[in-house]
Structure formats: structure tokens, C-alpha cells
Design a protein around this ligand. Structure first.
Ligand SMILES: Cc1cc2nc3c(=O)[nH]c(=O)nc-3n(C[C@H](O)[C@H](O)[C@H](O)COP(=O)(O)O)c2cc1C
Length: 149
């Protein structure tokens, strides 16, 4: 299994049907769609902003939800994980992302969860990959995603 990080969500303009045309499609949105088309599964990793997912993630899901019923997420496994400052570890953001990804056509793995609270303290001095519990749980998430794919 190969994990590819899409490092460009912040460059994608807000979704607008008027520019979702062959002539006007923004280059960053096209790159996102191409990367998503190549993927067999999606691991969405997100913090929580004001009780939901950050707009940049919702925007990416919106772009991937079109063409309607033929977007690049259609029928592919999607898992959502992350960490946030609060005591629930971003569970609202993750639930909202699952809901949106499902409506966008993704085959969302609702039972696969990883919501790590207290991000600022827990990862103040350590990267998550050096945190044994996080590394083990994330490995299980990826195994489940691979099995679904
Ligand atoms: C605008 C904004 C809103 C946030 N809202 C929440 C929230 O509702 N719940 C929460 O647990 N954390 C919230 N946080 C904290 C983030 O989830 C996250 O832990 C923090 O921004 C650290 O991000 P980093 O891990 O990318 O450094 C918020 C942060 C920002 C900047």
C-alpha cells in the first residue's frame, strides 16, 4: 500500500459551479481531482474548527463530489481521523466529514474512528509518529482501509 499526501488543499479555490467547466477549471482543482482519481481509498486527516471540519476540507469534498454521482470518491473507501485541542479530539469534525464524504459518493467506513484529544499538549514536543498509541491505532486504521479497498 502506498500513501500519498495531497499537499495543496489550500490552493484550491472555493467550489463554484460557474468555474467547474472544461474551459475554466482551476489548475489546483484539476490537480486535486487527478490525485483523487488515482487513489483507491481516502484517509481524511483533520483538526476541528469551531465544532466542524475546516472549510478547506469541506471545499475539497465539494470539488470531489462533482460531476454528480461520478466524482472521484464514488464508491471508494473513506476513513476519517484526526486530532484537535478539545477533550473530544475533533469528533464533531470527523462526523461531519464522514457525512459529507458519504453524500459525495464515498463508501465511508463509519466504524473506523481515531479522535485524539489535547493536540496542543500531546504533540507539543513529539510528532504523532513517535507516539506509540497513536502509531498503533493509525496502523489499524490503515489496515482497515486497505482491507476495504
Ligand atoms: C479557528 C480555530 C477553531 C478551532 N476550533 C476547535 C474546536 O471547535 N474544537 C477543538 O477541539 N479544537 C479546535 N481548534 C483547535 C484545532 O483543532 C487544533 O487542535 C489546533 O488548531 C492545532 O492545530 P495543529 O495540530 O495543526 O497545530 C480550533 C483551532 C482554530 C485555529
Amino acid at each position: 500500500m502506498t500513501l500519498t499526501v495531497f499537499d495543496g488543499l489550500g490552493d484550491v479555490p472555493f467550489y463554484n459551479e460557474d468555474i467547474d467547466t472544461d474551459a475554466d477549471l482551476p489548475e489546483a482543482a484539476a490537480r486535486l481531482r487527478t490525485a483523487a482519481e488515482r487513489a483507491n481509498a481516502f484517509l481524511l486527516v483533520t483538526p476541528e474548527y469551531n465544532g466542524t471540519m475546516p472549510a478547506v476540507l469541506k471545499n475539497a469534498i465539494d470539488w470531489l463530489s462533482r460531476p454528480y454521482q461520478a466524482g472521484a470518491m464514488t464508491d471508494k473507501p473513506v476513513a476519517v481521523v484526526g486530532t484537535a485541542l478539545g477533550q473530544y479530539g475533533g469528533v464533531w469534525a470527523h462526523d461531519e466529514a464522514r457525512k459529507a464524504a458519504k453524500i459525495a459518493g464515498g463508501s465511508v467506513l463509519d466504524a473506523v474512528t481515531l479522535d485524539i484529544p489535547g493536540s496542543l499538549n500531546r504533540f507539543a514536543d513529539n510528532h504523532p509518529y513517535t507516539d506509540i498509541e497513536v502509531a498503533e491505532r493509525l496502523t489499524k486504521v490503515i489496515d482497515m482501509l486497505r482491507a476495504a479497498a
